[in-house]
Design a protein around this ligand. Structure first.
Ligand code: FEO
Length: 403
């Protein structure tokens, strides 16, 4: 098969990157991905080639071309599917048709999910948790990572290269021509890693901490972490592991997120006064107008913040639609250790704040202060109330962070 110019990239002694860079991706199931993404498949060259994961369906030919720059895809004997979400398994059915592998491996739960995608195209063999398999003469240890972030997820360790195929873990949505994390801007690595954690892994933080402990208890040497999205880590692994330990702990910092929408700028005026007052108290404040900020932006800023303030006008007896969107999204991601406060301008009845308070009750966000509702346009007195409101939330936050 011709490579079409797409080349594999060497990762370690036996491993080649044969994935695809998705420069155009701007939405990943509701998470805005302004820097695109990549789907990292890997070729392991032992006595025979092994393919680790595949790519999104539309990138199958690019993956096969990269494989063909190293080896004839038909020589691949084994495919390992660590995870049955379609950004990694979408190209699997047609890849099986082309390669005709002897074996396809997945976790027990992966088999169930893949059967619904492969439709009896190929038998799949289960690997058990902690099972060690020799594939192409190389040793792989498989670890189930259920609910990180799907029931079927697993990772594997290639002993000879001291390399972890970490699947979605330690990934980020970032399209870049630079394969290794240390070749990229460290600030971008931190921001996109954090954004990915907040929008994908956050609800499973307790499991992340257990996995980090488990990896430590194995006493294995890890030189490389090769995720299925974004750059490969061959340096600074302690930094990466440290980020995950910190994010998973969700220890609240003296930071607040103020997410708001506005109908006639009154709730916007309130948000600005509240934010300014909180900043004056030494709080790191992110003020996010939802007409320009996405739900993923809110979750990114909220990671390890201590306070969530929601500002909504009332429209048709309810909160603004963008506010409902963000709160619905955040409910699923289950951020922890937050105090909350609601505010907003209203004209007639002003139900939005009560609805936001109810959301806080349902999701375990601790109310910091009573909601602040102002009728129509805030005057000087109203803006003073906003400042006092902001200072009161800041004081509560200070107490929470110090506790
Ligand atoms: Fe990158 Fe859960 O798929």
């Amino acid at each position: 098969m011709a490579s079409g110019g797409f080349q594999a990239r060497k990762v370690s002694e036996h491993v080649w990157w044969v994935g695809a860079v998705d420069w155009a991706l701007r939405d990943f199931h509701g998470y805005s991905t302004q820097r695109g993404s990549s789907y990292n498949a890997y070729l392991v060259m032992g006595d025979y080639p092994v393919l680790i994961d595949t790519v999104k369906a539309q990138f199958r030919d690019e993956m096969l071309a990269r494989i063909a720059s190293v080896v004839d895809p038909a020589d691949i004997k084994v495919i390992v599917s660590h995870h049955a979400e379609m950004d990694h398994s979408g190209a699997l059915p047609q890849t099986i048709d082309v390669i005709k592998p002897d074996k396809v491996y997945a976790s027990q739960l992966g088999i169930k999910n893949l059967h619904a995608q492969l439709h009896d195209r190929h038998e799949i063999t289960a690997v058990k948790d902690a099972e060690v398999l020799k594939l192409g003469g190389l040793s792989f240890t498989f670890l189930e990572t259920r609910m990180l972030h799907w029931p079927d997820s697993m990772i594997s360790y290639l002993h000879e290269d001291e390399l972890v195929f970490s699947q979605d873990g330690f990934g980020m949505h970032l399209a870049t021509p630079r394969l290794f994390a240390d070749e990229n801007d460290p600030a971008v690595m931190l921001y996109e890693g954090r954004r990915y954690y907040a929008n994908i892994l956050l609800p499973y933080s307790a499991l992340v901490l257990k996995l980090l402990e488990r990896i430590k208890s194995l006493g294995i040497s890890i030189k490389t972490i090769a995720p299925d999205h974004g750059p490969v880590w061959r340096k600074d692994l302690d930094t990466l592991l440290g980020w995950y330990a910190k994010w998973a702990t969700q220890k609240p910092e003296k930071r607040a997120v103020i997410a708001f929408d506005t109908m006639w700028q009154s709730t916007s005026l309130m948000a600005r006064a509240i934010g300014d007052a909180m900043a004056g108290e030494g709080v790191g404040v992110s003020v996010l107008p939802l007409q320009g900020s996405s739900r993923a932006d809110v979750m990114t800023e909220l990671l390890c913040a201590g306070a969530l303030l929601i500002g909504s006008p009332t429209i048709n007896n309810g909160m603004f639609p963008t506010i409902a969107d963000v709160l619905t999204y955040a409910r699923g991601l289950k951020p922890k250790n937050l105090i909350g406060a609601a505010f907003g301008s209203y004209g007639w009845s002003g139900e939005a704040c009560a609805q936001i308070e109810e959301y806080f009750r349902q999701t375990g966000v601790e109310p910091a202060v009573p909601s602040l509702r102002l009728k129509f346009v805030p005057d000087e007195t109203g803006l003073s109330q906003c400042r006092e409101f902001g200072k009161a939330v800041a004081a509560k936050l200070q107490g929470k962070v110090a506790a």
